[in-house]
Structure formats: C-alpha cells, structure tokens
Write a protein that binds this ligand. Sequence first.
Ligand code: IMP
Ligand code: MG
Length: 427
Amino acid sequence: MPGIIDAVIGLQVGDEGKGAESHRRNADPRYAIAIRPTGGDNAGHTAYVDGKRFALRQIPTGILHGKTSVLGSAMCVNPLTLMEEIAMLEAGGFDTRSLLISDRASLLLPWHIAEDQLHEDMLGEARIGTTQRGIGPCYRDDCNRSGLRLSHFTLPWEECRTLIARKLDEAAGRIAKLYPSFAETRFRAKFHWGALERARERLAPVTIDLPEFIRKERSRGRGILIEGAQGAMLDLRYGTYPYVTSSHPGVLGCLEGTGIAPRDISNVIGVLKGYATRVGGGPFPSRMDPATEQLVQTLGREKGTTTGRDRHCGWLDFVQLQYAARLNGVTGIVVTKFDFLHKLSELKVCVGYRKGTELITHVPADLEGIEAVLADAPKWRQPIGEARCRADLPENCVRYLSTIERTLEIPIIGLSRGPNPDDTVAW
Ligand code: IMP
Ligand code: MG
C-alpha cells in the first residue's frame, strides 16, 4: 500500500497559519516525509516547540519532528540563507541531517536579490511590495531557461564556480546597464564566494533526484505531507496579478514542486484565518477601516515574519475563498486566528463585489476598482479562552464558523485558537 499524500495550502494571501498547521500535522506518524514545494525564503513559517518560536523560511516544519524534510523542485533555494536556517535549527537542538534538496530546484544567487530590489525601486509607487529576496528574478531566469539549478551546485567546486562566475558576469553587466545606481564593482568585490563554497559542501551531498526518491519511498509505504507556502491569491496565474509572487502556491505548485500526480494526493487541506491580511501592494477590497485594522494588527500580531512589515487587515472575503477553494480542490478547511474576534466592536464578511453599479460574485482577473459588498456577521462577546470542543464555543462563533463551511461547501477539519500545537478546538 503506498503511503498517504496530503497537502497543506493557504487559501488567502499567505500568513494563514500554514506553518503551525503543518507543524501540528507532522506529529502524525503516517507522514514520514515533509516536502516544501514552491517559493523560497520569502516565506516565514512560524512554529512553536515547547513554547519556543521558530521561524522557518525554506525548510519544512517536518524537520522539527525529525522527518525527512525536502526542499522541492519548484523552489528557488537561496543557499546562503539556507545555511543560516540550518545553523538556527541546530542551535535550537534540532537534527538537520534529514534535510534533502531536489536537484531540479532553482539556485537563487545574490544578483537576483539585487535585481529584485532595484526593480522595486524603479517601479516606485507601482512597486509590487515584494519581500526583496530575489524570488521574481530567480524564477524569471527559469522561464528564460538561463538559470542555474541545484544540479549545477553539485558539480565539483571548480566547475560550479566557473558556471556561477559566468552568470555573475552576465548579470552584473545586465544590471549595470539597466540601473545606473548599481555599484557593479562593489557588488563583484563583495560576492560571497567563500560562503557559497561552504554552502555547496554542505548541500551538494543532500541533493537528490526527487521523483526517483518519491517513487522508492512510496513503494515502501512512506507517507508525505506537502507543506505549501504563501497563499492561493498570490498565485502567478490565478492570483491578484501583478501583485503576486512568481510561483504557484496552491495545488498547482504542490504538483510541480514534488512531481506527484494529481490523483495521488488524498487530501488538500486549505488553511484560512478568521479575517484577511495582505502584506505588500495590491488590491484588497475587504480592507477594514483604519481604526479596526490597527486593533487587529495588534491583537493578531500582524507583522510580516520575513520583512517585519505591518500587514493590512480586512474582513473575511467569501468571494475570494470560494474561488481559491474551488481552484485547489480543497477537501478540508482549517480555520486559524478567530480567537480574538470577540474583541472587535463589529464583525463583517465580504459577500460580493461591486464595480460601479455592477454586482460581481466571482474573482475577476483584474481587481482594480472593485469594492466589497459587506454584510454583518453574528458577533460574540465571550472569549474563547481554553475551549476544547465545539460545545465550548459561543453560539455566534459556531454560527460564524458554520457559515464558512456552508459557503465553501467544505467541512472544517481543524480549528486553531493559538500558536502552540495543542491550541486546538475539536469541531
Ligand atoms: P515576492 O514573493 O517576494 O516576490 O513578493 C511578491 C508578493 O508576495 C508581495 O506582495 C509579498 O508581500 C507577497 N509574499 C511573498 N511571500 C509571502 C509570504 O510568505 N506571506 C505573505 N505574503 C508573501
Ligand atoms: Mg508567513
């Protein structure tokens, strides 16, 4: 019997609490392997172990459970920050020997970061608000068929160095032409050759052929948890383009990043939080009024894990959630961060969009000029505190959650009311 394969994905714009959910799921012995399919260190997955906070960027939370933890094929791997992450985990007492990397993953190198930053500066007011981690330029090189992959990183160092040096020449020349402010000489002088060589020494031996690895592991009945990053609305194709990331955070990316066939995925777990947030630029029809937003930022600690930026906050957007759930074939929902909503003086949900006089009930390709149609949601005033099961929840809170289930036509399979793995409510 082949092992179970499940995927955890974000149904909003990232920061739904996927990290905590993946961390919780990894306690299940049916999963032997954790795979992060897409993205890079633009992500920040927060997980608590014995009350201690760990912010993972590229490594799946499976590592916290000693599971085989794989950086998947559709990732752009920054070897330098990956080394920092490994060091951070080891300092925390975790064994990182179970870390593996797909040889098809893209290699993110320092010029990608420079290009991301320069491009954002050039856009000025029209900037995407990227995390400035080089993600877009790295994927751009992939699409241009000119990028380096982890397979190149495993070549003997002299050969690898020659390849990187050639790409560095191309990139530095290109950037200097495009951006007069680029200090080419300094960039070259500061290039991290030593650190790259050390990273290669650590990472090359753990770089694997992922489809072949998965074939073997599945034949031994080992189960897999795919730990998605970012959220459905940041999808390059189906998200709020151009205010998106450059990968596919939903199931599309789970397939691309693992090489697993669609029919082999048993459950797609969609994580959403009890309200909406967005970090960076882009349309946000259900955004709250400034006073409520500020309150939610404080109560929900809505600051970016990776960039430290304040996240914009909004009401739960049912139009967007239905779209994301449908596109990703979500089989079960996990709701996070609904535990402080009783402190708000009002609670609203977005039930439709308006463009001028036109009512819209789907997510259009361009959200420019779209306004939210808001409805009042049932309010509750009692704190959820130590609620353990549905019966412990205030009646209107149950109603709020039931509306999510009914609207998406997908069962809730998990409720999280705090950052620790056992802060859950049985539904
Ligand atoms: P990039 O992925 O750095 O290119 O950024 C593109 C957009 O995606 C920006 O709006 C970022 O704020 C957003 N983004 C990227 N990664 C995350 C994440 O992990 N959580 C939330 N937003 C993200
Ligand atoms: Mg995050």
